[in-house]
Design a protein around this ligand. Structure first.
Ligand code: DC
Length: 221
């Protein structure tokens, strides 16, 4: 991974809705390219869980903002962040500008590591790293994403019905996409990767082709 020394490293910005496959794709690409990866959803999940654990109101801007400012960014490994409830709490605190502002600089610092980086989330290509030379918007139908998330939750020991998980997905899509602050939206220069009809290996191959093409252009520019 080279490039002129006076500019940032190769940044891969991956956005898309819940359970689209973007997290698995980000992890795969990070291994293949030898780049560090940040799952930015974990930051919002950690804020949501912190507010709930303190008995606070997820919908209160200043409560959630204070939790975001107090977040320990090195402490994102807990299984409690992977639950269905944590995803819902994350989506609720993510509407607050105070929360988004508190988390922005850490995400930008990660993106601008000299050697390059991969980040996945909802606003990476639009707000966190709009300068990224490689952007992917990963999506799939709500039904497909609900089936995937349902299987994942069951493997973690959660027993929600498929219908409930589909409801969650639809509610989160609406909340994440309709909010005023940094809504989930495909950046105009993001490559669209629809994984509805792709198994995981085909999705990895398609993502890798997009990234290699971007990297080739970036190295020449
Ligand atoms: O990717 P995820 O499901 O772990 O994200 C959880 C929630 O966090 C998601 O519903 C919206 C919010 N989020 C966000 O607003 N911006 C990001 N960059 C990442 C996540």
């Amino acid at each position: 991974m080279t490039g002129p020394a006076d500019r940032a490293g190769f940044i891969v910005a991956i956005d898309g809705p819940a359970a689209s496959g973007k997290g698995s794709i980000a992890t795969f690409l990070a291994r293949r390219l030898g780049l560090p990866v940040l799952d930015t959803g974990l930051l919002y999940r950690a804020v949501g869980v912190a507010v709930e654990q303190a008995g606070g109101d997820l919908d209160d801007d200043s409560t959630a903002g204070a939790a975001a400012r107090g977040l320990d960014l090195d402490d994102l490994g807990s299984d409690a962040l992977r639950t269905r409830a944590a995803g819902e709490a994350a989506s609720r605190v993510a509407v607050h500008t105070a929360v988004r502002n508190a988390l922005l600089e850490a995400q930008r610092a990660f993106a601008r590591r000299p050697g390059g980086a991969i980040l996945d989330g909802r606003d990476i290509g639009t707000v966190v790293a709009p300068e990224a030379p490689c952007k992917l918007y990963v999506t799939a139908t709500p039904e497909t994403r609900a089936r995937r998330r349902h299987a994942q939750l069951r493997a973690q020991g959660e027993s929600a019905s498929l219908e409930d998980v589909l409801d969650d997905i639809r509610r989160r899509d609406a909340r994440d996409g309709d909010r005023a602050a940094a809504p989930m939206v495909r950046a105009p220069d993001a490559a669209l990767l629809d994984t509805t009809d792709l198994d995981i290996d085909a999705a990895f191959d398609a993502a890798l082709r997009i990234v290699e093409a971007s990297r080739g252009r970036w190295e020449k520019s």
